[in-house]
Design a protein around this ligand. Structure first.
Ligand code: 0A1
Ligand code: ZN
Length: 883
């Protein structure tokens, strides 16, 4: 436990480091339980700091073995070493060398931070504050140094030895049993980007020729035997490298780029310089083992980590408050990459669905925080969807406001002005201000104010004057620590769609220009009057989801159906159907709670039918249109006094209605798309499977024997994991013998493959039936399950907590009890994992009173537990805080 650190940490307290480090020489001798680390640091006083300063280095659970200053052992009176800190009260006020020897136990490291073992592989995770678990160091991102790493290990224990940069030297030691490798990274970097790996690993190799003609060796290291599952990750890497050259002019800068896949990892992956370490779930894929969704995640995450080489590594963050500087920007870049590689409209719809499902929920609850927080207790709890996905939306808004050319100019300026630096959000935004000559000071509020802006748009047509008036008003709800807000800059791309389906040219009555359809609302309210409108148009607002806001427009159902068919903006075509469905589902949920029948809407069904039959739409897009709002989408829309059972019933009623009315169309499309073609993971083929399997989901909604037989047949005949899982998923929703048989068969087929077993665990955890809780509890003692592996925990307990609305929110409160019991069991071993799982309960206040008080009691039980980790303690405090 880290104990004597001052908490909370505040942005306003930022001070430049007292000491800088020019070079770090690390000598790590790997051993399963007693690894020795010798660090030789070349320190000098920071000219920008007040001298004379003591030297205070961070540690976390460290044992000091030896300490020398300029080659001389230090007397014990000259320093104080605790597990958390090494301080020298009176260091020489000149450059000097400090040699620190520590000993760590990789096998006992269950937090998976610092140097740990994943299976038999030694690996490291240093972001955000893991380097201090390896050696004493100023473990903050604004201390950038050049690293040379020597690793030594038993040849049999770790035949492969990797670290950042380029390999300088390697060889066998005189005893013939141990060997070593020396790696040198010529680029200055913060400690969080340090990495080393040792183990028995196989690799696949490829090459990339950069835009300036340099050859880069690419390697993906995996457990021996898994080499044949690396092809898609390698292909994604090469495409990412090319794309970054073409889209942003960014070239890779080392001779070697390595990826290592490990099975025990707290997050998705990590962008260590030249040596990315990945959760193997985001590397390994073959048609038989991975779904289309897995392939898409692999592509996006490989790209994300690669793009960090410029946005994160070459230019890093001054402090952890600036986390969105690298994360928001890099998510924006990976979303753009996917848009260019796949389908831009489909990517936008998926990203917005994800943003609303996670970020809007976070922003509306007790864990809401600004994209750039100003205070934290535990930085690990700020790797959030707000920092990542809302952070990406903020960058996207800069692009919308400035237009693509000026945006690119701003990015170029950022890359040249801040290369090799640890930068701030102010410096980032200043590049766009300088490139465009615009004042972006009000825009900075997007980084500072939490909560999702609510926009009300009211349009009215004046038949006689032939004008259309659009009134826009914004409000920003109060969020923790921010009771009142300033008006934001909201870039709304808008159009007026004429009766022929074409956009009417926008001519403002006051002569103001409307470039690219952009209306920028920067006051509490504004009105726009457009002239020369011959017939009543339908407004299409926030096209492409140009601003991450909640929007209410006075557009009736009939006009929404019109937009669904005619809007030139594909995002708003999807949005129109989604809004129609949402209106119905919210009404139906209320009706069901009053014990009345759900509302029927033949017109919605007709709109779905039209989309299904339209020839001009790509299958992946159609799949998004007919994939109805999820239970959590509906709950989010209702926002208070939510009864998850009523929500489920309303959604199920709509599924049945769609199935009953569109049975023929669904079956025709299903059959048309079932024609056997060899599996390819490309976006078009994946889109056709997505549509086919969304049809299957609706066809099986009523659980009729013929539909079950269809799903069973697909399950048995599938030649790829996407189709097999989709069929199993359909079967899992009906309590029938076919389900039991298929689940047993699935486990038998894939018992030896943990990543596939995860799918089996998740699927069972998501079954919306009362028996699920006991099933999930029983699975926690299954041979395939382990509380020590984050992927297993997320697959089973995470899926139960996050994707099973009715059962995690059981009215007897036993779902909450189970989640909390699991959190408390995991916390002493892996606080990060425990804290993430607990945050699933953050929306407890929106529930109806009975569930609300049961969820609160469960959270209180966590709060009352002694010696919680700082991670879990922080989440539970904020989750329960009043106001
Ligand atoms: N920077 C990584 C995310 C990451 C953060 C913390 C970690 O510690 C367990 C690991 C990874 C990214 O954005 O991909
Ligand atoms: Zn990232």
């Amino acid at each position: 436990m880290r104990t004597d650190e001052p908490h909370p940490i505040r942005l306003q307290d930022y001070r430049p480091p007292d000491w800088l480090i020019d070079t770090v020489e690390l000598d790590v001798s790997l051993d399963a339980t007693a690894a020795h680390v010798r660090a030789s640091l070349l320190l000098r006083p920071n000219p920008k700091a007040a001298a004379p300063a003591p030297l205070v280095l961070d540690g976390d659970g460290l044992t000091l073995v030896a300490l020398k200053l300029d080659g001389e052992p230090l007397a014990t009176a000259q320093y104080v070493a605790t597990p958390d800190r090494l301080s020298l009260a009176q260091p020489p006020q000149r450059p000097f060398r400090l040699e620190i020897e520590t000993q760590v136990d990789p096998s006992a490291n269950t937090q998976l931070m610092g140097l740990y073992r994943s299976g038999k592989t030694y690996c490291t995770q240093c972001e955000a504050e893991g380097f201090r678990r390896i050696t004493y160091f100023p473990d903050r991102p604004d201390v950038m140094a050049i690293y040379t790493t020597r690793i030594e290990a038993d040849i049999t224990d770790a035949p492969v030895l990797l670290a950042n940069g380029n390999l300088k030297e390697s060889g066998t030691l005189p005893d013939g049993k141990r060997h070593f490798a020396v790696w040198h990274d010529p680029f200055p970097k913060p400690s969080y980007l340090f990495a080393l790996v040792g183990g028995t690993l196989a690799f696949v190799e490829d090459h990339f020729r950069t835009m300036s003609g340099r050859d880069v060796t690419l390697r993906i290291y995996v457990e021996p035997g898994k080499e044949d599952r690396c092809g898609y990750a390698m292909d994604s890497l090469k495409r990412s490298m090319r794309w970054d050259e073409q889209a942003f002019g960014r070239e890779y800068d080392l001779d070697m780029f390595m990826i290592v896949a490990v099975s025990d990892f707290n997050m998705g992956a990590m962008e260590n310089k030249g040596l990315n370490i990945f959760n193997d779930k985001y590397i390994l894929a073959s048609p038989e083992t991975a779904t289309d969704t897995d392939y898409a995640s692999i592509e996006a995450i490989v790209a994300h980590e690669y793009f960090h080489n410029w946005t994160g590594n070459r230019i890093t963050c001054r402090d952890w408050f600036q986390l969105c500087l690298k994360e928001g920007l890099t998510v924006f870049r990976d979303q753009e990459f996917t848009s260019d590689e796949r389908s831009r409209p489909v990517e936008r719809i998926k990203d917005v669905r994800g943003l609303r499902a996670h970020q809007f929920v976070e922003d509306a609850g007790p864990l809401a925080h600004p994209v750039r927080p100003t205070l934290y207790h535990e930085i690990n709890n700020f790797y959030t969807t707000t920092v990542y996905e809302k952070g990406a939306e903020v960058v996207r808004m800069l692009q919308v406001l400035l237009g693509p050319q000026q945006f690119r100019k701003g990015m170029d300026l950022y890359f040249t002005r801040h290369d090799d630096e640890a930068a701030t959000i102010e410096q980032f935004v200043q590049c766009f201000a300088d490139a465009s000559g615009r004042d972006l000071s009000q825009f900075m509020l997007w980084y500072a104010q939490s909560g999702t802006p609510e926009i009300v748009a009211t349009g009215s047509y004046d038949t006689r004057a032939k004008t259309y008036r659009l009134d826009l008003a914004q409000t920003l709800p109060p969020t923790p620590g921010q009771p009142t807000k300033e008006p934001m800059v909201i870039p709304l791309v808008a159009g007026l769609v004429g009766p022929d389906g074409r956009d009417v040219p926008l001519q403002r009555a006051d002569g103001g220009p409307v470039e690219r359809g952009l209306l920028t609302l920067d006051r509490p309210a504004a009105s726009y009057v457009f002239t020369g409108i011959e017939q009543r148009p339908v407004p299409s607002i926030n096209r492409g989801f140009s601003a991450p806001v909640r929007l209410t427009v006075n557009v009736g159902d009939e006009d929404l159906r019109f937009l669904a068919n005619h809007d030139s903006d594909p995002f708003n075509r999807w949005q129109a159907v989604h809004t129609l469905a949402m209106r119905l589902l919210v009404d139906s949920t209320a009706a069901i709670r009053r014990s009345e029948p759900p509302r029927q809407d033949p017109a919605l069904v007709a709109a779905l039918d039209a989309v299904l039959n339209s020839r001009d739409l790509e299958p992946a897009f159609v799949a998004q249109v007919i994939a109805l709002p999820s239970e959590s989408d509906i709950a989010r829309e209702i926002a208070r006094d939510v009864d998850p059972d009523a929500v489920y019933a309303a959604r199920q009623a709509l599924r049945l209605a769609v199935k009953a009315s569109l049975s023929k169309t669904l079956t025709t499309i299903y059959e048309r798309l079932s024609s056997p073609e060899p599996y390819s993971p490309d976006a078009d083929a994946a889109g056709r499977r997505a549509l086919k399997n969304t049809c299957l989901d609706l066809i099986t909604a009523a659980g009729e024997p013929s539909a079950i037989a269809l799903a069973k047949r697909q399950y048995e005949r599938a030649d790829n994991m996407t189709d097999r899982m989709a069929a199993l998923q359909a079967l899992s929703l009906c309590d029938c013998a076919e389900r039991t048989a298929a689940l047993e068969d699935f486990y038998r087929r894939y018992a030896g493959d943990p990543l596939i077993v995860d799918k089996w665990l998740s699927l069972q955890a998501a079954i919306p039936e009362p028996a699920t809780l006991e099933r999930v509890k029983a699975l926690t003692s299954h041979a395939a399950f382990s509380m020590a592996n984050p992927n297993r925990v997320r697959a089973l307990v995470g899926a139960f907590a996050m994707s099973n609305q009715t059962q995690s929110n059981r009215v007897d409160g036993r779902g909450y009890d189970f989640i909390v019991d699991t959190v408390l069991a995991i916390d002493p071993k892996n606080p990060q994992l425990a804290a993430r799982l607990l945050s699933a309960l953050k929306s407890w206040r929106v529930l109806e009173p009975k569930r609300r008080s049961l969820a609160r009691a469960a959270l209180k039980r966590v709060a009352d537990t002694p010696s919680l980790s700082r991670d879990v303690g922080d989440i539970v405090q904020r989750a329960l805080a009043e106001g």
